[in-house]
Design a binder for this molecule. Structure first.
Ligand SMILES: C[S@@+](CC[C@H](N)C(=O)[O-])C[C@H]1O[C@@H](n2cnc3c(N)ncnc32)[C@H](O)[C@@H]1O
Length: 338
């Protein structure tokens, strides 16, 4: 695009750019040109004290701040566009509201354009069933559900279609890792592809972590991830129903210093099993999804099923799950049977 420009020697470039910006005459829509030992700044109008020339300039590419800036949907629908979504490696999972279903591919395309490193976009239904996996609908990019995800110095292969995974728990995983003391025996009862176990093994020095899951495919990934992060000496991956596996560990005389129970909605059923493999002062990180006003009642239930063998040390509200509902971790201390 043709424009008037200020021409200065290269070594006066930065100072000139500052002056032109301050005067408000530097054109922000065009890219300056470096030629020989000079630089040409496109300007809105002539300015005294500088050599003025005319030239052809390349327009600057507009920076996209959000997919919302470029998505092509009726304006009245823009207010129901999701403001958040999960980025897992090079895959985006987004929940498209019902009112936007007919524009879901347009939204997927806009997300791809707005995030240069993203290769695939899926609409994700809520997690469900025993394996806590989600139905996905492909919206844009490659039809691929496996990716490499990194957090806190670990690298994991994740399959967003076949295994539960949430990047929103990354801070929680690191919080637990920082609580672990030297040489602890840890049981990760619902390990998935092993993110808790790996972050702990990386940032603490446990004696051993038993990482258990009933989902065969999650276990396959967990094994690969343990190997990939060179943690074979720290993490033993076990395929099976945790209820049985922890009782078998207890029979072998194993007692855990710390147990992670990340199975919201059902962890309560497994609490008696966790107690079998506990000792006095074992710490259990027990996850649940609860409404604010259900918390006290839930603690009462936990005390009932454990014959008052537990004390809640801390309640950590990790994220909102639905309006007024939280993904919560109860840090629980176990005491001896009375
Ligand atoms: C909410 S996911 C948590 C996965 C992992 N801890 C994470 O944070 O990504 C719960 C996991 O529990 C597993 N699961 C469900 N019932 C189980 C059982 N009876 N024994 C072992 N694992 C089970 C599911 O397959 C799923 O991977």
């Amino acid at each position: 695009m043709r424009s008037k420009a200020v021409k200065v020697p290269l070594n006066e470039g930065e100072e000139t750019r500052r002056i032109l910006r301050k005067e408000g005459i530097l054109r922000k829509d065009l890219v300056p040109i470096k030629r020989d030992c000079f630089i040409l700044f496109p300007v809105e109008r002539e300015v005294e004290g500088f050599e003025i020339v005319e030239d052809d300039f390349r327009p600057k590419r507009k920076r996209i701040n959000s997919y919302r800036d470029i998505v092509n949907i009726p304006n009245k629908l823009k207010e129901i566009l999701p403001s958040s979504y999960d980025i897992i490696g090079d895959i985006i999972l987004i929940k498209i509201p019902d009112g936007l279903k007919s524009y879901q591919r347009e939204i997927g395309g806009a997300l791809l354009k707005a995030h240069k490193s993203i290769k695939a976009v899926y609409h994700a239904e809520p997690v469900r069933g025993e394996l806590r996996v989600r139905n996905l609908v492909h919206l844009a990019g490659e039809k691929r559900t496996t990716t490499i995800y990194r957090e806190y110095g670990i690298e994991m292969e994740v399959d967003v279609a076949k295994v539960f995974f949430s990047p929103r728990l990354s801070g929680e995983r690191y919080r637990i890792a920082k609580l672990v003391k030297n040489e602890e025996i840890i049981i990760d009862m619902f390990t998935g592809c092993a993110p808790f176990s790996l972050v702990i093994a990386k940032h603490a020095n446990p004696k051993i972590i038993y990482a258990i899951d009933i989902n065969e495919y999650a276990i396959e990934l967990a094994r690969k991830n343990v190997k990939r992060n060179k943690m074979l000496h720290k993490i033993e991956v076990i395929h099976g129903d945790s209820s049985k596996v922890v009782r078998d560990l207890a029979k072998k005389g194993i007692r855990a210093d710390r147990i992670i129970m990340n199975l919201p909605f059902r962890a309560r059923e497994f609490l008696p099993d966790a107690l079998e493999v506990s000792k006095d002062s074992t710490i259990i990180h027990y996850y649940s999804v609860l409404n604010e006003n259900q918390i006290e009642e839930h603690i009462g239930h936990l005390k009932d099923i454990t014959n008052n063998r537990i004390d809640v040390l801390k309640i950590n509200r990790i994220k909102t799950y639905a309006p007024r509902e939280f993904y919560i971790c109860f840090d629980i201390s176990v005491s001896k049977p009375a």
